[in-house]
Design a protein around this ligand. Sequence first.
Ligand SMILES: C[S@@+](CC[C@H](N)C(=O)[O-])C[C@H]1O[C@@H](n2cnc3c(N)ncnc32)[C@H](O)[C@@H]1O
Length: 319
Amino acid sequence: MRRGDGPEALSGRTPPAAAAVRARREDGPRGRSSGARVPRFPEVHVDVAPSEEDTVVALLHLGGARGVEVRDASTLVRAHRTDRVTLVAAFEDECAARNAAARLRALGWRGARFGWLLGDAWRDGWREHFRPTRIGARLVVHPPWAPWTAADDDVPVCIDPAQAFGTGTHESTRLVLRELDRRIGGGERVLDVGCGSGILAIAALRLGARGATAIDVDPEALAACRENARRNRVASRLRVCATPLDRLRGRYDTIVANIEARVLLELAAALTERLAPGGALVLSGLLRGQQHEIRASFGALRHVATPVDGDWVALVLAR
Ligand SMILES: C[S@@+](CC[C@H](N)C(=O)[O-])C[C@H]1O[C@@H](n2cnc3c(N)ncnc32)[C@H](O)[C@@H]1O
């Protein structure tokens, strides 16, 4: 998943060794500085053909990269060109980064370039873009640092994503929020699979759902979800846990899952199993075109709608 600078911006497709990219995000600024242009991290950027990706990632690691972020047409932060893969390698050491860029150029990747990630914008810049946003007829999502004065029919949802995904600024989240805004009438049991910040489960509860369960594989997401539930005064109706989907019991009237296509395919049987008769399942995180394979793997369910937002689509299915 992806986009500009923000927690969501770093959700690009990353190879296993890209853990260092994530750690970089969590480390916070090194030292104290208010300088927006202070060099923070040495980086190497290089555009490669898709078939060269594995080779160049390996070369970057051999050269000392602590992590390599992979950007292509399917990631939230896109490659520079649609037919190329952009690799962004993070280094701790300037000399190693300069050498790695030079070595790649010598091997034929002439565009490989050394640079510095500047200032603290990587950490906080996304906040400027997270403003109160109306989504659907009732929901208004806003961050704690931009309070919202609700009009009569507004349903405000206050979200600080911390290190998790889910501000409502991304198309894949907005697609689900619109469906919740339209479909939650009151009293539903809701399951949010891959809750991230908790935005979807919390929005459903604020719209009147009776209770919700939110699960995620990321402990930081679970922590953010719990905190946001308290912030929105719905914690008593929200169960937040790391229980795998196939270990959950019970059936749900509304299930939302904004996760990438590959994971949705893996979870197809378990998601179908948990949907109550008459219930709605909203799948998101799909790029245009991916919905066909996903739809086929949920064959036991009826197709209701395929809402689109930019390059992203969701699938609404029903039992
Ligand atoms: C794109 S975020 C969605 C966050 C939020 N629900 C939203 O719509 O903005 C996907 C989340 O799914 C989680 N995830 C990935 N695989 C999962 C799995 N198999 N089971 C549960 N959660 C998973 C990730 O940790 C991440 O927090």
